[in-house]
Design a protein around this ligand. Structure first.
Ligand SMILES: Nc1ncnc2c1ncn2[C@@H]1O[C@H](COP(=O)(O)OP(=O)(O)OP(=O)(O)O)[C@@H](O)[C@H]1O
Ligand SMILES: [Mg+2]
Length: 361
Protein backbone atom coordinates (compact mmCIF):
# COMPACT_ATOMS: atom_id res chain seq x y z
CA UNK A 1 0.00 0.00 0.00
CA UNK A 2 2.31 2.78 -1.16
CA UNK A 3 1.22 6.34 -0.41
CA UNK A 4 1.76 8.61 -3.40
CA UNK A 5 1.75 12.39 -3.15
CA UNK A 6 0.98 14.00 -6.50
CA UNK A 7 1.72 17.72 -6.62
CA UNK A 8 0.21 18.24 -3.21
CA UNK A 9 -0.22 21.81 -2.05
CA UNK A 10 -1.93 22.86 1.15
CA UNK A 11 -3.00 26.23 2.42
CA UNK A 12 -4.47 26.65 5.90
CA UNK A 13 -6.23 29.72 4.58
CA UNK A 14 -7.86 27.73 1.75
CA UNK A 15 -8.16 24.13 2.92
CA UNK A 16 -10.04 21.61 0.82
CA UNK A 17 -13.63 21.09 1.84
CA UNK A 18 -13.89 18.14 4.18
CA UNK A 19 -17.15 16.59 3.06
CA UNK A 20 -16.61 15.19 -0.36
CA UNK A 21 -18.37 11.85 -0.20
CA UNK A 22 -17.53 9.87 -3.26
CA UNK A 23 -16.73 12.89 -5.32
CA UNK A 24 -13.01 12.80 -4.91
CA UNK A 25 -12.68 14.86 -8.05
CA UNK A 26 -13.94 17.91 -6.18
CA UNK A 27 -10.38 18.36 -5.01
CA UNK A 28 -8.66 19.98 -7.94
CA UNK A 29 -5.53 18.50 -9.34
CA UNK A 30 -3.00 21.16 -10.22
CA UNK A 31 -4.32 23.09 -13.18
CA UNK A 32 -7.93 22.07 -12.54
CA UNK A 33 -10.64 24.48 -11.53
CA UNK A 34 -10.50 25.45 -7.88
CA UNK A 35 -12.63 23.65 -5.31
CA UNK A 36 -15.93 25.08 -4.15
CA UNK A 37 -15.39 28.28 -2.27
CA UNK A 38 -11.91 28.78 -3.60
CA UNK A 39 -10.84 31.32 -6.13
CA UNK A 40 -8.13 30.94 -8.73
CA UNK A 41 -6.06 33.28 -6.61
CA UNK A 42 -6.29 30.85 -3.71
CA UNK A 43 -4.81 28.04 -5.74
CA UNK A 44 -2.63 29.69 -8.31
CA UNK A 45 0.32 31.19 -6.45
CA UNK A 46 1.73 27.93 -5.28
CA UNK A 47 0.47 25.47 -7.81
CA UNK A 48 1.27 27.48 -10.88
CA UNK A 49 4.58 29.06 -9.97
CA UNK A 50 6.48 26.81 -7.70
CA UNK A 51 8.44 23.74 -8.55
CA UNK A 52 10.51 21.62 -6.26
CA UNK A 53 13.05 23.93 -4.70
CA UNK A 54 15.91 21.61 -5.39
CA UNK A 55 15.19 21.64 -9.09
CA UNK A 56 15.37 25.29 -10.02
CA UNK A 57 15.39 28.91 -9.00
CA UNK A 58 11.62 28.97 -9.24
CA UNK A 59 9.81 31.91 -7.68
CA UNK A 60 9.20 31.45 -3.98
CA UNK A 61 5.75 30.24 -3.08
CA UNK A 62 3.68 32.55 -0.97
CA UNK A 63 4.93 30.77 2.09
CA UNK A 64 4.03 32.69 5.19
CA UNK A 65 3.22 35.76 3.15
CA UNK A 66 1.68 38.72 4.92
CA UNK A 67 -1.50 38.67 2.85
CA UNK A 68 -2.57 35.58 4.75
CA UNK A 69 -2.21 32.95 2.05
CA UNK A 70 0.22 30.66 3.75
CA UNK A 71 1.10 27.74 1.54
CA UNK A 72 2.16 25.27 4.18
CA UNK A 73 2.97 22.76 1.42
CA UNK A 74 3.67 23.41 -2.22
CA UNK A 75 3.79 20.92 -5.10
CA UNK A 76 4.98 17.94 -3.11
CA UNK A 77 5.44 14.81 -5.21
CA UNK A 78 6.92 11.59 -3.85
CA UNK A 79 5.89 8.04 -2.95
CA UNK A 80 6.21 6.41 0.45
CA UNK A 81 7.11 2.82 -0.40
CA UNK A 82 5.99 -0.20 1.60
CA UNK A 83 8.44 -1.26 4.27
CA UNK A 84 10.68 1.78 4.09
CA UNK A 85 11.83 3.99 6.94
CA UNK A 86 11.40 7.55 5.71
CA UNK A 87 12.77 10.47 7.69
CA UNK A 88 11.32 13.95 7.34
CA UNK A 89 13.44 16.97 8.16
CA UNK A 90 13.08 20.70 7.72
CA UNK A 91 13.31 23.95 9.61
CA UNK A 92 10.53 24.88 11.97
CA UNK A 93 7.38 25.77 10.06
CA UNK A 94 8.61 24.07 6.87
CA UNK A 95 5.48 21.89 6.65
CA UNK A 96 6.52 18.57 8.21
CA UNK A 97 3.47 18.13 10.43
CA UNK A 98 1.18 19.33 7.67
CA UNK A 99 2.69 16.77 5.29
CA UNK A 100 2.22 13.77 7.57
CA UNK A 101 -1.38 14.70 8.32
CA UNK A 102 -2.11 14.07 4.63
CA UNK A 103 -0.97 10.47 4.95
CA UNK A 104 -4.11 9.23 6.64
CA UNK A 105 -6.54 11.76 5.26
CA UNK A 106 -6.66 13.84 8.41
CA UNK A 107 -6.36 16.84 6.13
CA UNK A 108 -6.78 16.90 2.36
CA UNK A 109 -4.72 18.73 -0.26
CA UNK A 110 -5.87 22.15 -1.35
CA UNK A 111 -4.63 21.01 -4.73
CA UNK A 112 -3.05 17.80 -5.93
CA UNK A 113 -3.83 14.27 -4.73
CA UNK A 114 -2.78 11.69 -2.17
CA UNK A 115 -3.21 8.13 -3.43
CA UNK A 116 -3.12 5.12 -1.14
CA UNK A 117 -2.59 2.00 -3.17
CA UNK A 118 -3.63 3.98 -6.23
CA UNK A 119 -6.88 5.27 -4.70
CA UNK A 120 -7.38 8.98 -4.02
CA UNK A 121 -8.09 9.34 -0.31
CA UNK A 122 -10.25 12.37 -0.97
CA UNK A 123 -12.82 9.60 -1.25
CA UNK A 124 -14.41 9.06 2.18
CA UNK A 125 -14.21 5.27 2.07
CA UNK A 126 -10.63 5.30 0.89
CA UNK A 127 -9.77 7.77 3.67
CA UNK A 128 -11.39 5.50 6.26
CA UNK A 129 -9.44 2.52 4.95
CA UNK A 130 -6.23 4.54 4.99
CA UNK A 131 -6.92 5.67 8.54
CA UNK A 132 -7.20 2.11 9.79
CA UNK A 133 -3.86 1.23 8.19
CA UNK A 134 -1.92 4.32 9.03
CA UNK A 135 -1.23 5.02 12.70
CA UNK A 136 -0.20 8.59 13.46
CA UNK A 137 1.61 9.41 16.69
CA UNK A 138 1.57 13.16 17.15
CA UNK A 139 4.17 15.15 18.97
CA UNK A 140 3.85 14.72 22.74
CA UNK A 141 1.17 12.02 22.30
CA UNK A 142 0.93 11.67 26.08
CA UNK A 143 -1.02 14.94 26.04
CA UNK A 144 -3.84 13.05 24.33
CA UNK A 145 -4.25 10.38 27.01
CA UNK A 146 -7.69 10.73 28.49
CA UNK A 147 -9.11 7.51 29.97
CA UNK A 148 -9.29 6.61 33.65
CA UNK A 149 -7.03 3.58 33.22
CA UNK A 150 -4.20 2.56 30.95
CA UNK A 151 -6.31 -0.38 29.81
CA UNK A 152 -9.18 1.82 28.67
CA UNK A 153 -6.87 4.22 26.92
CA UNK A 154 -5.17 1.53 24.87
CA UNK A 155 -8.49 -0.25 24.27
CA UNK A 156 -10.16 2.89 22.92
CA UNK A 157 -9.15 2.41 19.29
CA UNK A 158 -9.91 -1.32 19.02
CA UNK A 159 -13.28 -0.79 20.74
CA UNK A 160 -14.06 1.97 18.26
CA UNK A 161 -13.35 -0.50 15.49
CA UNK A 162 -16.20 -2.59 16.87
CA UNK A 163 -14.02 -5.51 17.95
CA UNK A 164 -15.24 -8.01 20.56
CA UNK A 165 -13.91 -7.84 24.11
CA UNK A 166 -11.61 -10.87 23.69
CA UNK A 167 -9.96 -9.35 20.66
CA UNK A 168 -9.71 -5.96 22.39
CA UNK A 169 -8.11 -7.62 25.38
CA UNK A 170 -5.63 -9.51 23.22
CA UNK A 171 -4.65 -6.31 21.42
CA UNK A 172 -4.19 -4.33 24.63
CA UNK A 173 -1.92 -7.04 26.05
CA UNK A 174 0.05 -7.36 22.83
CA UNK A 175 0.59 -3.66 22.29
CA UNK A 176 1.59 -3.01 25.91
CA UNK A 177 4.12 -5.83 25.55
CA UNK A 178 5.39 -4.25 22.31
CA UNK A 179 6.23 -1.07 24.19
CA UNK A 180 7.77 -3.04 27.08
CA UNK A 181 5.13 -2.23 29.67
CA UNK A 182 4.00 -4.91 32.10
CA UNK A 183 0.29 -5.52 31.62
CA UNK A 184 -0.45 -6.69 35.18
CA UNK A 185 1.57 -3.91 36.68
CA UNK A 186 0.11 -1.07 34.71
CA UNK A 187 -3.31 -1.83 33.21
CA UNK A 188 -5.40 -0.55 36.14
CA UNK A 189 -3.32 2.53 36.80
CA UNK A 190 -4.34 5.98 35.75
CA UNK A 191 -2.15 7.11 32.83
CA UNK A 192 -1.68 10.35 34.70
CA UNK A 193 0.22 8.76 37.56
CA UNK A 194 2.90 7.42 35.18
CA UNK A 195 6.20 9.02 34.26
CA UNK A 196 6.38 11.03 31.04
CA UNK A 197 8.27 8.22 29.27
CA UNK A 198 5.72 5.63 30.42
CA UNK A 199 2.86 7.85 29.31
CA UNK A 200 4.40 8.10 25.87
CA UNK A 201 4.68 4.33 25.72
CA UNK A 202 1.00 4.02 26.60
CA UNK A 203 0.13 6.49 23.84
CA UNK A 204 2.24 4.45 21.40
CA UNK A 205 0.50 1.28 22.53
CA UNK A 206 -2.87 2.89 21.79
CA UNK A 207 -1.80 3.44 18.18
CA UNK A 208 -0.21 -0.01 17.83
CA UNK A 209 -3.40 -1.62 19.13
CA UNK A 210 -5.03 -0.56 15.86
CA UNK A 211 -2.48 -2.81 14.10
CA UNK A 212 -1.44 -0.26 11.51
CA UNK A 213 0.82 -1.23 8.65
CA UNK A 214 2.33 2.23 8.64
CA UNK A 215 3.48 4.22 11.63
CA UNK A 216 3.81 7.98 11.24
CA UNK A 217 5.73 9.63 14.05
CA UNK A 218 5.96 13.39 14.59
CA UNK A 219 9.14 14.03 16.58
CA UNK A 220 8.63 10.90 18.66
CA UNK A 221 11.56 11.42 21.02
CA UNK A 222 11.21 15.17 21.58
CA UNK A 223 11.60 16.08 25.23
CA UNK A 224 12.85 12.68 26.42
CA UNK A 225 16.07 12.19 28.39
CA UNK A 226 18.96 10.46 26.56
CA UNK A 227 18.22 6.99 27.96
CA UNK A 228 14.51 7.21 27.15
CA UNK A 229 15.33 8.57 23.67
CA UNK A 230 17.53 5.59 22.95
CA UNK A 231 14.91 3.16 24.25
CA UNK A 232 12.26 4.72 22.04
CA UNK A 233 14.42 4.80 18.94
CA UNK A 234 15.28 1.16 19.54
CA UNK A 235 11.58 0.37 19.85
CA UNK A 236 10.79 2.21 16.61
CA UNK A 237 13.64 0.45 14.84
CA UNK A 238 12.36 -2.93 16.07
CA UNK A 239 8.84 -2.13 14.88
CA UNK A 240 10.29 -1.30 11.48
CA UNK A 241 12.30 -4.51 11.40
CA UNK A 242 9.08 -6.32 12.30
CA UNK A 243 7.58 -5.11 9.01
CA UNK A 244 6.03 -1.71 9.71
CA UNK A 245 6.56 1.14 7.29
CA UNK A 246 7.82 4.04 9.39
CA UNK A 247 7.80 7.78 8.76
CA UNK A 248 9.65 9.79 11.38
CA UNK A 249 9.79 13.56 11.61
CA UNK A 250 12.91 14.64 13.44
CA UNK A 251 15.19 17.61 13.97
CA UNK A 252 18.05 15.29 14.94
CA UNK A 253 20.15 14.50 11.91
CA UNK A 254 22.10 11.78 13.70
CA UNK A 255 18.87 9.87 14.31
CA UNK A 256 17.73 10.30 10.72
CA UNK A 257 21.09 9.15 9.36
CA UNK A 258 21.12 6.15 11.64
CA UNK A 259 17.65 4.78 11.05
CA UNK A 260 16.26 6.00 7.73
CA UNK A 261 16.35 4.42 4.28
CA UNK A 262 15.51 7.80 2.76
CA UNK A 263 15.19 11.34 4.03
CA UNK A 264 12.82 13.98 2.70
CA UNK A 265 13.79 17.57 3.45
CA UNK A 266 11.28 20.42 3.33
CA UNK A 267 12.09 24.07 2.93
CA UNK A 268 9.31 26.61 3.27
CA UNK A 269 6.73 24.05 2.16
CA UNK A 270 8.74 22.89 -0.86
CA UNK A 271 10.44 19.58 -1.33
CA UNK A 272 14.09 20.53 -0.97
CA UNK A 273 15.74 17.11 -1.05
CA UNK A 274 14.77 13.45 -1.14
CA UNK A 275 17.25 10.62 -1.15
CA UNK A 276 19.32 8.23 0.89
CA UNK A 277 21.08 9.69 3.93
CA UNK A 278 24.33 9.63 1.91
CA UNK A 279 22.76 11.62 -0.88
CA UNK A 280 21.04 14.13 1.36
CA UNK A 281 23.91 14.73 3.75
CA UNK A 282 26.41 15.15 0.93
CA UNK A 283 24.64 18.51 0.41
CA UNK A 284 25.92 19.84 3.71
CA UNK A 285 26.43 23.45 2.65
CA UNK A 286 22.95 23.71 1.10
CA UNK A 287 21.46 22.19 4.23
CA UNK A 288 23.37 24.71 6.34
CA UNK A 289 21.83 27.52 4.28
CA UNK A 290 18.35 26.41 5.31
CA UNK A 291 19.31 26.07 8.94
CA UNK A 292 19.84 22.32 9.04
CA UNK A 293 22.94 20.46 10.07
CA UNK A 294 24.37 17.10 9.14
CA UNK A 295 25.08 14.22 11.53
CA UNK A 296 27.94 15.13 13.85
CA UNK A 297 30.34 12.45 12.58
CA UNK A 298 29.53 13.47 9.00
CA UNK A 299 30.21 17.11 9.81
CA UNK A 300 33.63 16.17 11.14
CA UNK A 301 34.27 14.04 8.05
CA UNK A 302 33.27 16.95 5.78
CA UNK A 303 35.53 19.33 7.71
CA UNK A 304 38.43 16.88 7.47
CA UNK A 305 37.83 16.51 3.76
CA UNK A 306 37.85 20.29 3.33
CA UNK A 307 41.13 20.30 5.23
CA UNK A 308 42.62 17.87 2.73
CA UNK A 309 42.16 14.58 4.53
CA UNK A 310 41.20 12.05 1.90
CA UNK A 311 37.98 10.52 3.17
CA UNK A 312 35.89 8.80 0.55
CA UNK A 313 32.68 10.78 0.81
CA UNK A 314 30.46 8.07 2.20
CA UNK A 315 28.11 8.69 5.12
CA UNK A 316 29.92 8.34 8.42
CA UNK A 317 28.76 7.57 11.89
CA UNK A 318 31.10 7.76 14.85
CA UNK A 319 32.33 4.18 14.54
CA UNK A 320 32.91 4.24 10.78
CA UNK A 321 34.64 7.62 10.97
CA UNK A 322 36.92 6.33 13.73
CA UNK A 323 37.74 3.32 11.56
CA UNK A 324 38.47 5.49 8.53
CA UNK A 325 40.70 7.81 10.53
CA UNK A 326 42.50 4.90 12.15
CA UNK A 327 43.15 3.40 8.73
CA UNK A 328 44.42 6.74 7.42
CA UNK A 329 46.54 7.23 10.48
CA UNK A 330 48.21 3.92 10.08
CA UNK A 331 48.69 4.59 6.41
CA UNK A 332 48.21 2.06 3.66
CA UNK A 333 51.79 0.83 3.98
CA UNK A 334 52.49 1.70 7.55
CA UNK A 335 53.51 5.24 6.70
CA UNK A 336 52.49 8.14 8.90
CA UNK A 337 49.87 10.45 7.50
CA UNK A 338 50.02 14.22 7.49
CA UNK A 339 46.99 15.68 9.22
CA UNK A 340 47.65 19.39 8.89
CA UNK A 341 48.87 19.79 5.35
CA UNK A 342 52.08 21.38 6.63
CA UNK A 343 54.12 18.22 6.64
CA UNK A 344 53.77 17.58 10.35
CA UNK A 345 52.63 14.09 11.10
CA UNK A 346 50.03 13.05 13.61
CA UNK A 347 52.80 11.23 15.47
CA UNK A 348 54.95 14.33 15.43
CA UNK A 349 52.06 16.46 16.56
CA UNK A 350 51.36 14.10 19.41
CA UNK A 351 54.94 13.93 20.56
CA UNK A 352 55.43 17.64 20.04
CA UNK A 353 58.51 17.10 17.85
CA UNK A 354 59.03 17.58 14.14
CA UNK A 355 60.66 14.23 13.59
CA UNK A 356 58.64 11.62 11.79
CA UNK A 357 58.19 8.37 13.64
CA UNK A 358 56.40 5.24 12.53
CA UNK A 359 52.76 5.30 13.50
CA UNK A 360 51.74 2.84 16.19
CA UNK A 361 50.26 -0.36 14.82
N1 LIG B 1 -3.63 25.35 12.23
C1 LIG B 1 -2.90 26.19 11.48
N2 LIG B 1 -3.46 27.32 10.99
C2 LIG B 1 -2.78 28.17 10.21
N3 LIG B 1 -1.49 27.98 9.84
C3 LIG B 1 -0.88 26.88 10.30
C4 LIG B 1 -1.55 25.93 11.14
N4 LIG B 1 -0.68 24.93 11.44
C5 LIG B 1 0.46 25.24 10.81
N5 LIG B 1 0.35 26.39 10.13
C6 LIG B 1 1.39 27.04 9.32
O1 LIG B 1 1.76 26.13 8.29
C7 LIG B 1 3.17 26.12 8.11
C8 LIG B 1 3.71 24.71 8.32
O2 LIG B 1 3.46 24.33 9.67
P1 LIG B 1 3.85 22.89 10.23
O3 LIG B 1 3.26 22.79 11.59
O4 LIG B 1 3.46 21.87 9.23
O5 LIG B 1 5.44 23.02 10.29
P2 LIG B 1 6.51 22.02 10.92
O6 LIG B 1 7.55 21.82 9.87
O7 LIG B 1 5.84 20.83 11.46
O8 LIG B 1 7.15 22.91 12.08
P3 LIG B 1 7.78 22.47 13.50
O9 LIG B 1 9.15 21.95 13.21
O10 LIG B 1 7.83 23.75 14.26
O11 LIG B 1 6.88 21.45 14.14
C9 LIG B 1 3.72 27.16 9.07
O12 LIG B 1 3.87 28.36 8.38
C10 LIG B 1 2.65 27.28 10.12
O13 LIG B 1 2.66 28.55 10.71
MG1 LIG C 1 5.62 20.04 13.41
Amino acid sequence: MPIAFEQVSYSYSAPAKKKRGKKAAEIPAVGDAPALGQTDADIAPCAADATNAAASNAPRPLWGNPEGKTWALCNITFTLEDGEFLGIAGHTGSGKSTLIQHMNGLIHPTSGRVLVDGVDIADKKAAAAARSNVGVVFQYPEHQLFAATVYDDVAFGPRNMGLGSDEVDARVRESLAQVSLDFDDICDKSPFELSGGQQRRVAFAGVLAMRPTKLILDEPVAGLDPAARNDFLKLISELHEGGLTVVMVSHTMDDLARYCDRILVLKEGLLFALGTPEEVFSRASELREIGLGVPSAQKLANDLKDAGIGLNGRLYDTASLADALAALYRGAEGKPVSLDGEGETRTAARTGGGKEEPCPK
